[in-house]
Design a protein around this ligand. Structure first.
Ligand code: FAD
Length: 490
């Protein structure tokens, strides 16, 4: 899904690129250095190692500097790609970072995990003939450069407006709304249910794709901008939305609580010991540090040398199975009911998973988990599938092939087939309208809900989506919260 940013884009500075435009298509795409597959499959260190200055400038010089850059239109937060890339060519990396930050408060994160192929890079004109410009890699480069070289004392705070905004949830939607609102001078406080900030970025996405330190640094930057954070506050239990407004004096509230409740298939044997939801599996590994055993003694089933499978084809599925591999799984499988072309995971993650030795059972669907008779998982019975006509999602529907059943012995299975909305806030906020799947109804342009002064965005409105789409919603909400606080009309 593409949702374009429709904000204003300032004119680009004069180009300093020494390469004539007609020759730029011939310049090779600069690959990013990465840990070798054999080594990285045994550790949780980051797979991608980043660009050097030379590589970044060489890649930036490939930009065609289009008169009408589609890459900007295709970015849900409207990052001014052409301008920041021109600043890299000029060697002005801190200025390039500042340019990105005009629209994106989490560049080191989006540079690492955004599905660029569906947004900026998907729209890059070069991609019609050769590899598109590595916009994500370049964004990551300047964000990391900024982290190393920036003097935080130079961050300027906007004059206070006297208005207070509560943000519920510290995932990418909440962080983006907070970052944009604090820059307008509003007092912003983020309330987070967990003991760590970052939402899925911290409890879902593993260290080898997005180091926790990067998230902490981005949040520290926001603290320096003036955003306040409070952890271990479960809104709807510790305090309600109404109490935030009526007793704590917040002028507006943004709900960005995500869609973290796990889903199961409803097939026999899903209750067995050894079958995890991806949410629990990844939370134990990431948030509770199971990957740092024995420094952290988080209980996990010991599957070293044994078979582990994940069911699903998205980023969550790949994160879970690549984590299992790193924790010592003997064989690690992906079981996915469609083909690779339909997999929603980022292309780079699929490539990395294959290189690391993950086995893919495509067009395969589990129909039963098998037991040892004492409540423990021993395997999974599957059916082969074929693709039929497209379904409501536009993807070809998987249809079972009669008589194709087969079994895989397993010690652990992880269900990564999607998530749903946690109902707590909806059930404790009278008048907050939800849809039949319990997601909060919000206007797609303004992110306003049915309750005056209450806005919502990200996965809690759309269902599970992506970091950049959640950030886009946070930006739209911040813009309309600012309008509401300035004009006062609802
Ligand atoms: C394992 C995994 C890997 C992913 N990989 C990618 C990827 O590579 N690229 C990509 O673009 N997208 C990826 N996604 C999707 C992406 O992370 C989400 O779409 C995005 O994080 C949604 O942001 P959000 O702000 O809506 O919610 P979340 O990130 O879910 O954050 C919501 C926050 O609200 C808090 N919260 C919930 N209820 C309450 C409450 N009552 N009170 C206070 N706080 C509350 C939660 O604890 C959480 O911290 C991945 C998702 C998962 C699960």
């Amino acid at each position: 899904m593409r949702i374009a940013w429709r904000g204003k884009v300032s004119p680009a500075p004069k180009s300093l690129n020494p390469i004539p435009i007609k020759d730029r298509m011939k310049l090779p795409h600069q690959a990013m250095l990465e840990q070798s597959p054999l080594l990285r499959a045994t550790n949780f260190k980051e797979v991608n190692l980043g660009y050097s200055e030379d590589l970044a400038r060489a890649e930036a010089q490939r930009c065609l500097e289009c008169a009408k850059p589609v890459c900007i239109d295709d970015c849900p937060v409207g990052v001014k790609v052409k301008e920041f890339v021109q600043l890299i060519v000029a060697g002005q990396y801190l200025a390039a970072a500042a340019k990105i930050r005009e629209d994106n408060v989490l560049p080191a994160i989006t540079g690492r995990v955004c599905p660029q192929e569906d947004h900026c890079e998907g729209g890059c004109l070069m991609g019609k003939k050769v590899q598109p410009l590595g916009i994500g890699y370049l964004e990551r480069f300047v964000a990391d450069y900024e982290q190393l070289h920036m003097d935080r004392t130079t961050i300027r705070r906007a004059p206070p407006t006297g208005k207070k905004v509560a943000i519920v949830g510290s995932g990418p939607s909440g962080l983006t709304a907070a970052g944009d609102l604090v820059q307008k001078g509003h007092e912003v406080r983020v309330f987070e249910a967990l003991h760590e900030l970052g939402g899925v970025l911290v409890y879902g996405i593993p260290e080898f794709r997005l180091p926790k330190q990067i998230i902490r640094e981005q949040i520290d930057y926001m603290r320096a901008m003036g955003v306040e954070f409070e952890t271990n506050v479960v809104v709807g239990k510790t305090i309600t939305i109404d109490e935030l407004i009526e007793e704590e004096g917040y002028d507006a509230v943004f709900i960005g609580t995500g869609a973290g409740a796990p889903q199961f298939m409803g097939i026999p044997g899903e209750h067995l010991n050894g079958v995890y939801s991806a949410n629990e599996f990844l939370t134990r590994i990431n948030l509770m540090h199971a990957y740092e055993f024995p420094r952290f003694d988080e209980p996990m089933l010991d599957f070293r040398g044994k078979n582990v499978a994940v069911v699903g084809g998205g980023n969550t599925a790949l994160d879970a199975i690549r984590s299992a591999l790193r924790l010592g799984a003997g064989k690690a499988f992906v079981i996915y009911r469609r083909s690779e072309a339909e997999m929603p995971a980022r292309k780079e993650e699929v490539k990395h998973a294959k290189e690391e030795g993950i086995e893919f059972h495509m067009l395969t669907n589990p129909i039963e988990f098998l037991s040892d008779g004492r409540g423990w998982l021993t395997g999974v019975r599957c059916m082969r599938m074929q693709l039929g006509e497209p379904d409501a999602s536009g993807r070809r529907r998987p249809v079972p092939i009669e008589g194709s059943q087969f079994e895989i012995p397993l010690t652990v299975a992880v269900m990564a087939i999607g998530t749903s909305a946690n109902p707590l806030i909806q059930s404790t906020t009278p008048g907050l309208v939800t849809n039949k799947r319990n997601y909060i109804e919000a206007d797609p342009e303004t992110q306003r809900t049915s309750r005056k002064g209450v806005f919502a965005g990200g996965d809690i409105v759309t269902g599970s989506a992506t970091v950049i789409l959640a950030m886009g919603a946070g930006r739209r909400a911040a813009k309309s919260i600012h309008e509401y606080l300035t004009v006062g009309a609802w």
